[in-house]
Write a protein that binds this ligand. Structure first.
Ligand code: CA2
Length: 151
């Protein structure tokens, strides 16, 4: 089973700035733990990051009928991108919207998400641990239910 973890703008800076919000781990640290958890749980995990909205749209389109689940931290595009929303609506697999922080505890412009209404589940406010939890949850859903069965 294939899982793509897609990260949006500025998440490449993880661990270098604003550690009080985003923690000290780098995106490479997070990618390594996700890949390791994938191996442990028999999931093929691909970890991606782009600062470009169109690249994220393309990755979502390319996942249609090929990738079983997407974990998406769209960064600030969460709050602006109808293009990412539309691509997710076209995507056939399971989608977890992920945020390191809890956007609802922050500025009001972060309270609207165009991703939520196209996602199966939302994880926010658990720090970078949310990425690892998402991988584990996808493995558990695969084992326990038929939610992920169609792929
Ligand atoms: O909490 C999250 O994961 C966010 O998706 C992060 C986005 C923010 O725009 C969303 O509202 C919530 C920002 C990602 C920027 O990441 C940085 C990490 C370290 C240093 C600077 C930026």
């Amino acid at each position: 089973m294939k899982v793509h973890v897609i990260n949006g703008p500025n998440l490449n800076l993880l661990g270098t700035r604003e550690p009080e919000i985003y923690g000290h781990d780098t995106l490479e640290d997070v990618a390594n733990s996700c890949r390791q958890l994938g191996e442990n749980n028999d999931l093929d995990v691909l970890f991606l990051q782009s600062n470009h909205e169109g690249q994220i749209v393309t990755w979502i389109q390319e996942a249609i009928n090929k990738v079983d689940a997407i974990v998406l931290n769209a960064g600030a595009y969460t709050h602006t991108s109808i293009a990412i929303h539309d691509a997710l609506r076209a995507y056939t697999g399971f989608v977890i919207e992920l945020h390191i922080s809890n956007p609802h505890l922050r500025e009001s412009f972060r309270h609207l998400s165009y991703v939520s209404s196209a996602a199966n589940a939302v994880i926010a406010g658990l720090g970078v641990q949310g990425y690892e939890r998402s991988i584990e949850i996808i493995a558990q859903l695969r084992d326990q239910t038929t939610i992920l069965e169609s792929h």
